[in-house]
Design a protein around this ligand. Structure first.
Ligand SMILES: [Cu+2]
Length: 551
């Protein structure tokens, strides 16, 4: 039983996560008013709990005060507690640590406030506050409490027994047969009452444990399928409505996780990633279109047969973002390079990449030319003649839990630095998946928080009205978002990108600006990972992949 519990426990730890899978840390790099900061947040896995917040402040170490607080989407700016001061870490100038309480579940944010010589700067970083783990009682504590309980029960029985027998005796008197019996009866009655009390206590405890289970974060589940049509193959993701309704039956979840309240992130309602299971030699980034509130469809590119891991990112008006996971088997096709498949009219922002498998270094996949994956410090040729490099010292091991900057650069065929363009409103996108599929994260040069969530939070804070007034009717909201996205799709790419980049707070590293992109990230655990980098050059999406061995 215990073993099963432990397996379930680890399973929950691995899967019950949001807008990522198995990578709960949140990073932010950019500006807080006039200050340049890097923030790393480790949210608690049990609510209420504390988020550990580390702030790295660039350049200034004197006369500066760094503080942090939690601000909930539900309660807004004014309903939130005062900020706690982050303490300077001895020996690490510019680093400030704070522990911030997250008291209730839902869409939250950590607000970092810097006041110093250049005035005050504030930044709001979205964090989803959900319980994803259930703690086991430490065996030592359990046994200690058990022994104490037995001692108290025995003591109570003795006291009650004595109070109705020995306690009634005058000095020098002996215990009569009648009193002896009374002591026995008294002790028995006390035992019965105590057992009933303990049983009541256990029922109360169990009901709270069940309540906790109910309020724990349960990820949405979906069924992914493929349908052959005249236009080509369609990949369809349908959210499991039975499970969705169960989640929405909890009132607060209803507000946070209702499917009608999806908002676009990078101009798309859903970012769906397909990664070929285990081998990881195929990667696709698609943008399914909403058919109804729980069904999403995209044209499937000509991917090789096999089992794929599915990760679908969504964000809501409540700033609640999450990743829906599933697996799908792509098979029973004549040939994935058939002309019919090649002519699939994909969304212009959809793309896929075939590389060598993570386990082997051969470069052939059913006769299709494939790309080799890079490694730290090794330059790799890309499809368009450019080369890509992960500018990471290969002699320096990558460590789990350590915040690093991963810098990827593109050079022109003649060796000169490339000029990159924004792709979906960002200079670069990275997707990192562990070789067993248990870790998935989508990140950007500004960190791995959801930008759609950040926008939703700021909008909510700015709108100083009650939630009833704020939330539009579900269907009305859904229609207006669909309308907005349809308009985005018809815009010229440049216009759309400049629109998507508004308020992105994009930090461009001046020394490596145009040809390289830097991602702040801390690998959550040791293992083998593959990193896909998506950039844009000459109006074409430029994909590359790199392998990372993390100690
Ligand atoms: Cu992205």
């Amino acid at each position: 039983m215990k073993k099963i519990f432990f397996i379930v426990y680890f399973f929950l730890l691995a899967l019950c996560t949001n807008a990522h899978v198995g990578s709960p840390g949140v990073t932010y790099e950019g500006n807080a008013g006039p200050y340049k900061i890097l923030v790393n947040i480790t949210p608690p896995d049990v609510i209420p709990g504390t988020a550990s917040v580390t702030v790295y402040l660039e350049g200034i170490t004197k006369d500066v005060n760094v503080s942090a607080r939690s601000v909930y989407w539900f309660f807004g700016d004014e309903g939130s507690p005062r900020a706690d001061e982050a303490l300077a870490v001895a020996g690490e100038p510019g680093r400030y640590d704070a522990n911030v309480w997250l008291m209730s579940s839902g869409s939250a944010s950590i607000q970092v406030i810097i006041s110093g010589p250049q005035g005050e700067g504030t930044i709001t970083i979205p964090v989803i506050a959900v319980s994803t783990a259930q703690r086991d009682m430490p065996p030592g504590t359990g046994w200690g409490l058990f022994i104490l309980a037995v001692f108290l029960v025995v003591l109570m029985i003795t006291i009650v027994g004595s109070s109705v027998s020995d306690g009634l005796l005058k000095p020098g008197e002996m215990l009569s047969e009648k009193l002896y019996r009374k002591r026995y009866v008294g002790a028995s009655v006390a035992l019965v009452i105590l057992v009933l009390t303990l049983w009541g206590g256990k029922t109360w405890w169990d009901s709270w444990a069940a309540r906790y289970q109910r309020f724990m974060f349960h990820p949405l589940t979906a069924n992914t399928s493929i349908e052959q049509t005249e236009r080509g193959e369609i990949i369809r993701l349908s959210i499991d409505t039975t499970q969705l309704n169960k989640i929405l039956s909890i009132r607060r979840n209803y507000i946070f996780r209702k499917m009608e309240y999806l908002i676009p992130d990078h101009g798309k309602l859903m970012h769906l990633f397909l990664v070929k299971a285990r081998e990881m030699n195929v990667f696709a980034h698609l943008h399914p279109v909403r058919k109804d509130s729980v069904t999403f469809e995209a044209m499937l590119p000509p991917l090789p047969n096999g089992k794929y891991w599915v990760y679908a990112d969504i964000t809501r008006l409540s700033s609640f973002s999450e990743t829906i996971t599933d697996t799908i088997e792509i098979s029973e096709r004549n040939s994935f390079i058939s002309t019919a498949a090649r002519n699939v009219s994909m969304d212009g922002d959809d793309t896929y990449l075939i590389t060598n498998s993570i386990k082997q270094t051969t470069v052939s996949d059913q006769g299709v030319p494939v790309l080799m994956c890079g490694k730290p410090g090794i330059r790799i040729p890309l499809q368009d003649g450019t080369t890509a490099i992960w500018e990471q010292d290969p002699t320096e091991p990558l460590m789990a839990g350590k915040l690093i900057h991963m810098r990827f650069s593109i050079l022109e065929p003649d060796g000169s630095p490339s000029t990159l363009q924004p792709y979906l409103g960002m200079m670069g996108h990275a997707v990192i998946v562990k070789d067993d599929g248990s870790v998935y994260i989508h990140l950007h040069p500004t960190g791995n928080y959801s930008m759609g969530s950040q926008r939703a939070l700021l909008e909510r804070f700015a709108f100083d009205k009650s939630l009833e007034e704020y939330l539009p009717p579900p269907q009305v909201f859904m229609d207006s978002i669909d309308h907005f996205i349809a308009r985005l799709e018809t815009m010229p790419v440049e216009k759309r990108d400049s629109l998507l980049m508004i308020g992105m707070n994009h930090t461009v590293d001046s020394t490596h600006a145009a040809h390289s992109v830097t991602f702040p990230y801390a690998f959550p655990e040791p293992g083998n990972y593959r990193i896909w980098i998506q950039m844009k050059r000459n109006n074409e999406i430029l994909n590359s992949a790199f392998d990372a061995q993390v100690n």
